[in-house]
Ligand binder design. Structure first.
Ligand code: SF4
Length: 211
């Protein structure tokens, strides 16, 4: 009987299941670079007490995971003392040129700082000469940015990985990292739950309305 079934829910559950199968498994003694080039508090919640995935997140994961699988993307590990740091690339064009693909609705003029931090870490972890960030739209347009090596940026990634690893071990929630990403974050209520309006966050970001 088709009539009484909730097709929307059935499809949503199917998408969430497919997304989970494509999502990276967490190593308790390792941190993936993607966890520290975004808000560490978000990454902590995702490991310790995640919300059930939503279909919009699931679709993004499926898109990203499928592209990586189709293009034979790779994940590599970098050891710093007892900590393992992982990075994944979507496409290895040659031994010295790797590419990260990022779906967007509009091509940007400049790469996002988080994507730069991630790509720079790939340069070190894959010991590559060149890393490109490629933003692409659903209609097939793309723009690429090459990334120059920065030891300082990589040290920042290692430092943030160490801190997140320690906080996870000690079960201590990282502090709030206010940014424009908070507005679309699924943990917004956990971080700013008491605030009825997002104006409090606008104030923190220094872009609140002048009174
Ligand atoms: S709302 Fe902001 S601070 Fe809180 S987890 Fe999300 S991104 Fe991080």
């Amino acid at each position: 009987m088709l009539g009484s079934r909730d097709f929307h829910k059935i499809i949503e559950n199917g998408l969430i299941k497919a997304s989970k199968e494509l999502t990276l498994e967490y190593d308790p003694d390792g941190i993936h670079v993607s966890e520290i080039t975004r808000c560490s508090r978000l990454s902590y919640f995702e490991r310790v007490d995640p919300f059930e995935d939503e279909s919009s997140n699931a679709l993004q994961n499926i898109l990203k995971g499928s592209v990586k699988k189709l293009l034979n993307g790779k994940t590599r590990e970098y050891k710093v003392d007892d900590l393992r740091i992982y990075a994944s690339i979507d496409l290895m064009v040659s031994k010295d040129m790797v590419v990260n693909l990022i779906p967007v609705s509009k091509l940007p003029e400049y790469p996002h700082p988080n994507d730069l931090l991630y790509a720079n870490a790939c340069l070190f972890i894959f010991e590559s000469q060149g890393v490109f960030i490629v933003y692409f739209t659903p209609d097939g347009k793309f723009v690429e940015f090459s990334v120059s090596e920065s030891k300082r940026m990589f040290e920042q990634v290692v430092r943030r990985a160490r801190i997140l690893h320690l906080l996870l071990k000690e079960k201590k929630t990282p502090v709030v990292e206010p940014s424009e990403l908070c507005f679309s974050c699924k943990y917004y209520q956990r971080c700013f739950g008491q605030q009825k309006e997002p104006e409090h966050l606008l104030d923190i970001l220094g872009i609140g309305k002048k009174k």
